[in-house]
Unconditional design. Structure first.
Length: 497
C-alpha cells in the first residue's frame, strides 16, 4: 500500500523510506514507540500531509492522495488519536458532518439528519449516545465511540484506527473489536495502532513494527511473540518493564489524609491516606468515582469531607488552592486538559513555574532557559527546539512535557490520572522509573490506571472503587491482578480483603 515513503519536518526525518502493506480482509497492526513514524505514515495515508517521496497504491491501483477529501473519496477513512468532533454540534451533526441529507435548496434536512443518525447509532450498537445530545455533554469515552461511529457510517474500504481504545471502557473496546472484525470479514482493510500489546494480539492478523522512521519487521501475529515485538520497537531488549521498589525502604509520614470525601453522584464517603515515598493505586472499572476523586482533591470539583495535606486542613474551592498546598495533577486528557498545544515546549513547561523564573513580574530568560534545559534532560524530551509547538510532538513526548511542567513545581502530593494512556512501552518504562524517583525524594503519589498490570506492579497499595465507594484495600500478598479485577466487578469487599 505504501512503499519507500519519506517525510521530513525541517531537519527532522520522520519517515526514512518506510513501507507498509496490508491485505484485503485482514486487521493489520502498526506498532512502534512514540516518534517512530506511525502517526506521520497515517497522516500521509489519510491525505493530511504529503510525502516528500514514495508510492501509494490501493488494491493494486496507484493513488495520489493530496487531501483528506481525496482519501475519503477513494475509501480511506481515519480515526485520528486526537478527536475531530465539534463540541458545540449535536451527535447527529457530527456523525454525518459533510455528508448531511439536504433539501433542494441545499439546506440541511434536520429531521432526516436526526432520523438517519438514530438509525445509524442503533445499527452500530452504540449505547449511551443520543442523536440530539450536544457532544460537549458526552464523556471522553462516548466521544471516542462517536468518532469511531462517524468513520464507520462512511462505509470505508480502508479503516485506519490510531489509538482508538485509549479512552474506551472495557465493554466499548469489545464493541469496537467486534465491529473491526466484521469490517475485515466483509473484505475491508483495517489498520490498527495501539500501544497495548494485548490488544494487538487479540485483534490483529498481522503486525508491522516501526522504529526511527522505517519498518523493521512484519509478520503474522501468532509468529511474533511479545518479547520480539518489544525488542523490534526499542532496538534493544527490555529486561524489566516495571522497575522494582527499593529494598528496605518504608513509606514515611502521612502527607495527605482524606476523610469522608464525597462528590455526588459518583463519589461517596471515601477515606484514604498517602504517605511520603509511597504509590497508592486507585483501581476499579472506569466511571466508579475515580475521576471525581482526583478532581475533588485538585479543587476542580465541589466536594464535602476533609482533606489534610502535611498537617494542614485544606479548603479546596479551586485548583490554585491545591497547587499552593503542594498538590499537583496529571489530568486524564493531555490534549484538552493538560497542554496548550499551540504554545511551544518552553512555554508549556515554564507555565507552572512563572514565579520561580520571574523577577518583578517579568520572566527572566536565563532562569527560564535553565529550567527548560534541566527538565528536558530529566525527562529525556525529544525536541528540535524549545520553541517547537507542543502539537508537533509525539504523544509520549507531549506527556513528558506535561510531566515536566508538573514536576518543576516540586509537589508533595502527585495525582496521576491514567498517566501512561496512549504512550509507548519505552516511555511507560521511563514514567514508571520517574515515579520511583519521585518517591525516593519523598513525594506521595496517587495513581489511577485502567491497566491492572500497572497497578499490581507499580503501586505499594491499591484501593479499589466500586459505585463510588471503597470496595477493597489491597497490599502485600493480596495485591494481585486477580483480586483487583474481582473487587472492581463487585466480587470482593473491603472487610474480607
Amino acid at each position: 500500500m505504501l512503499a519507500e515513503v519519506k517525510k521530513a519536518f525541517g531537519g527532522v526525518q520522520a519517515l526514512r523510506g518506510a513501507s507498509f502493506a496490508c491485505r484485503r480482509g485482514e486487521v493489520h497492526a502498526l506498532i512502534g514507540e512514540n516518534g517512530a513514524g506511525k502517526s506521520t505514515l497515517v497522516k500521509v495515508l489519510a491525505g493530511a500531509i504529503r510525502a516528500d517521496a514514495g508510492e501509494l497504491s490501493l488494491f493494486g491501483e496507484p493513488l495520489r492522495v493530496r487531501s483528506p477529501l481525496d482519501a475519503q473519496r477513494v475509501g480511506i477513512v481515519t480515526v485520528f488519536q486526537e478527536l475531530s468532533l465539534i463540541p458545540d454540534l449535536s451527535v447527529a451533526g457530527n456523525l454525518f458532518y459533510g455528508i448531511e441529507p439536504r433539501v433542494r435548496a441545499g439546506r440541511i434536512d434536520r429531521r432526516a439528519l436526526r432520523r438517519a443518525a438514530g438509525a445509524a447509532l442503533e445499527e452500530l450498537g452504540v449505547e449511551g449516545v443520543g442523536a440530539n445530545l450536544n457532544v460537549r455533554e458526552l464523556s471522553l469515552a462516548h466521544r471516542q465511540t462517536l468518532e469511531i461511529a462517524k468513520a464507520l457510517v462512511r462505509r470505508p474500504r480502508v479503516l485506519v484506527l490510531d489509538e482508538p481504545t485509549s479512552a474506551l471502557l472495557p465493554e466499548q473496546v469489545e464493541w469496537l473489536f467486534a465491529k473491526v472484525r466484521a469490517f475485515a470479514a466483509d473484505g475491508g482493510i483495517a489498520v490498527f495502532i495501539s500501544h497495548r500489546l494485548e490488544e494487538i494480539e487479540n485483534l490483529s492478523d498481522r503486525v508491522t513494527v516501526f522504529r526511527e522512521g522505517v519498518d523493521v519487521g512484519s509478520g503474522r501475529i501468532d509468529e511474533m511473540p511479545e518479547e520480539r515485538l518489544v525488542e523490534l520497537m526499542l532496538g534493544r531488549r527490555v529486561e524489566r518493564l516495571y522497575p522494582p521498589a527499593p529494598e528496605h525502604s518504608a513509606p514515611g509520614e502521612v502527607v495527605c489524609r482524606v476523610s469522608g470525601l464525597s462528590s455526588p453522584p459518583r463519589l461517596r464517603d471515601v477515606s484514604l491516606e498517602i504517605r511520603s515515598g509511597e504509590i497508592v493505586g486507585i483501581g476499579g472499572l472506569q466511571g466508579q468515582g475515580q475521576l471525581p476523586l482526583f478532581l475533588a482533591l485538585f479543587g476542580a470539583r465541589r466536594s464535602s469531607g476533609e482533606v489534610v495535606v502535611k498537617g494542614r486542613k485544606l479548603r479546596l474551592r479551586r485548583p490554585i488552592d491545591a497547587l499552593r498546598a503542594g498538590v499537583a495533577l496529571i489530568p486524564e486528557d493531555r490534549a484538552t486538559e493538560g497542554l496548550c498545544l499551540s504554545l511551544g515546549i518552553r512555554d508549556n513547561i515554564s507555565l507552572g513555574s512563572l514565579r520561580a523564573v520571574s523577577g518583578g513580574g517579568i520572566v527572566n530568560p536565563r532562569k527560564e532557559r535553565a529550567l527548560i534545559r534541566r527538565m528536558a534532560a530529566r525527562l529525556r524530551i525529544t525536541m528540535r527546539h524549545p520553541l517547537q509547538e507542543a502539537s508537533s510532538l509525539s504523544g509520549g513526548n507531549q506527556q513528558k512535557v506535561l510531566l515536566a511542567r508538573v514536576l518543576a513545581q516540586e509537589p508533595s502530593v502527585l495525582l496521576m490520572y491514567d498517566a501512561t494512556r496512549g504512550v509507548d512501552v519505552g516511555t511507560k518504562t521511563e514514567i514508571y522509573q520517574l515515579m520511583r524517583d519521585q518517591c525516593a525524594q519523598g513525594v506521595g503519589i496517587l495513581f489511577y490506571s485502567t491497566d491492572v498490570a500497572e497497578l499490581s506492579n507499580i503501586a505499594d497499595r491499591v484501593i479499589v472503587l466500586h459505585d463510588g465507594l471503597v470496595r477493597a484495600h489491597l497490599e502485600g500478598s493480596e495485591l494481585t491482578e486477580h483480586r483487583i479485577v474481582a473487587a472492581a466487578v463487585g466480587g470482593l469487599r473491603e472487610d474480607v480483603a
